[in-house]
Design a protein around this ligand. Structure first.
Ligand code: ATP
Ligand code: MG
Length: 491
């Protein structure tokens, strides 16, 4: 029997109707009552388009108040939400729409032309209000076992997989985050992360569940984020590494520090280079490092700033309702021993949509095998090393490409770096670097730079200058594409 809770937004509109639910840099402000009314009105328009309980509706949009309204409206109707990444190609959208069996695509007008080429009925979000309203049966309760959303993984290691999240996954993600970060009446959360990724989407539910205003920006603009923190009372911002980098640059340029009310810069999505964390510390930015994935409905491991000095580079400990373990081929890893990161908890998906094979491969005795390698130290703090698929074993030694890339990219002449393994008759495999340069630099100088910072076996044996690195729509490095290039002899 699935557990049932009252609909989180209707609950908030009833207990704190006057509280601020949404705010934008353009000056829009909506209370929870306003939001509930807008959501109900939007649900009526969707109903007239034929959306019913159990319908499957895809949304293709940048972040906006309308997108927040739509997400809630689909849950008022009891439909399933499929989120599409705006940066994908028509072919990629079409695959995800078909794979998720979407019946309708709601797209922001700026994507209308491309969206027309997908095989699904299209409605632009901006024109939805022109639909005549129609009565619908509003879901006043949420069954925690019901699937609400499907989000595709980033496709960093291969084809994206559709992660099905239940209401319970989102609920427990919000609760776990609150238990770790704490809740304050003053909180106002800004997520410049796209809402089509789970990190951005999760802030919509957190707002409704906590009764907390969401500061909605279209995308990431460091000036807007800085102003939101310094002038508009934003207390929490979710970012990925490059956003933090740009915020730091701006902060230094403007010579400002953030007010004490700013209490959390939640950093996730990928590895964070140590020099960046140190810089954030110097600038008194309270960075919470975190680790998570689409499958875990947002962060599942978090490091608080009190520990960030002592445990620099760690992603922290599992959230209160979650567990973490490290497995080697022979069983549980000892402290400091690297192995696969496995996680367990009620925020973790029950599986990939219509993909029992991938689901079966991902779970072991109720634990999600993340495909990432890491270790926990003696105090149980997690350090993420790299993806298992990308590990290079050279002469019996493990090389984590992320570590070598971090060193290479910290050189002032290097813009970006990627490291993969190349088969080698003597060593089994050796590291190979692909580099995008900022300024002229010789390989000899780079080798010397690496020698001061890396063990000998980790220093790349072959070097390739390239104009750019293959990145997916989430800006993540797709090392497997470089591997293909190398194998085809095109490097
Ligand atoms: P796919 O599963 O399709 O290959 P993906 O794993 O990149 O794509 P996401 O769910 O967007 O898709 O990303 C989650 C991954 O991001 C994690 O499994 C991990 O590899 C990486 N990651 C997240 N947080 C961290 C972190 N703090 N340190 C290092 N890596 C991280
Ligand atoms: Mg993944």
């Amino acid at each position: 029997m699935s557990e049932i809770i009252p609909h989180w937004l209707q609950k908030q509109a009833s207990v704190s109707p006057e509280r601020l639910a949404l705010e934008t840099p353009e000056g829009t402000k909506m209370t929870f009552r306003d939001l509930h009314e807008a959501v109900d009105a939007s649900a009526c328009r969707l109903a007239s388009l034929g959306v019913r309980r159990g319908s499957r509706v895809a949304v293709l949009s940048h972040n906006s108040v309308e997108m927040v309204v739509l997400v809630h409206a689909l849950s008022y109707i009891g439909a399933t939400l499929i989120l599409l990444n705006t940066r994908l190609t028509v072919a990629e959208w079409s695959f995800q729409l078909q794979d998720s069996e979407a019946e309708l695509l709601l797209a922001a007008a700026k994507y209308e032309q491309q969206a027309k080429a997908t095989p699904v009925a299209l409605q632009t979000i901006e024109m939805l209000h022109e639909q005549p309203p129609q009565e619908y049966t509003c879901c006043t309760e949420l069954r925690l076992d019901d699937v609400f959303s499907i989000i595709y993984t980033s496709g960093t290691t291969g084809n994206p997989k559709g992660v099905a999240h239940t209401y319970g996954n989102h609920w427990w993600s919000a609760i776990g985050s609150a238990l770790n970060l704490g809740l304050s009446q003053e909180d106002k959360w800004l997520s410049p992360l796209p809402m089509f990724h789970v990190g951005g989407l999760s802030t919509i539910f957190k707002s409704a569940i906590y009764g907390m205003p969401l500061y909605v920006t279209q995308g990431f603009d460091e000036e807007i984020v800085q102003t939101a923190i310094t002038k508009h009372g934003v207390t929490i911002v979710s970012v990925v590494t490059v956003m933090l980098q740009r915020l730091l640059r701006l902060q230094e340029k403007d010579g400002i520090t953030y007010p004490d009310t700013f209490r959390c810069m939640l950093l996730g999505g990928g590895p964070a280079p140590l020099h960046l964390l140190e810089e954030a510390k110097t600038n008194a930015i309270p960075v919470f490092q975190s680790y998570g994935m689409t499958e875990t409905a947002s962060q599942i491991v978090t490091l608080s700033p009190e520990d960030s000095i002592r445990k620099l580079g760690s992603a922290g400990k599992a959230l209160v309702p979650a567990q973490l373990r490290i497995m080697t081929s022979t069983g549980l890893a000892k402290p400091d021993e690297a192995g696969e990161i496995q996680v367990k908890g009620p925020m973790i998906t029950k599986g990939y949509y219509r993909n029992p094979e991938a689901t079966g491969a991902a779970f072991q005795e109720g634990w999600l095998a993340t495909g990432d390698i890491g270790y926990t130290d003696r105090e149980g703090y997690l350090y993420v090393l790299d993806r298992r698929k990308d590990l290079i074993i050279s002469g019996g030694e493990n090389i984590y490409p992320a570590e070598v890339e971090g060193v290479l990219a910290s050189h002032p002449a290097i813009n970006e770096a990627a490291v993969i393994g190349q088969t080698d008759t003597q060593w089994g495999a050796v590291p190979v670097a692909f580099l995008v340069k900022d300024k002229e630099i010789s390989i000899e100088d780079l080798q010397a730079y690496c020698q001061e910072r890396l063990a000998r076996y980790k220093i790349p044996k072959y070097w390739h200058w390239v104009d750019g690195l293959p990145r997916n729509a989430s800006n993540k490095l797709m090392r497997y594409k470089l591997q293909q290039k190398l194998e085809e002899g095109n490097a």
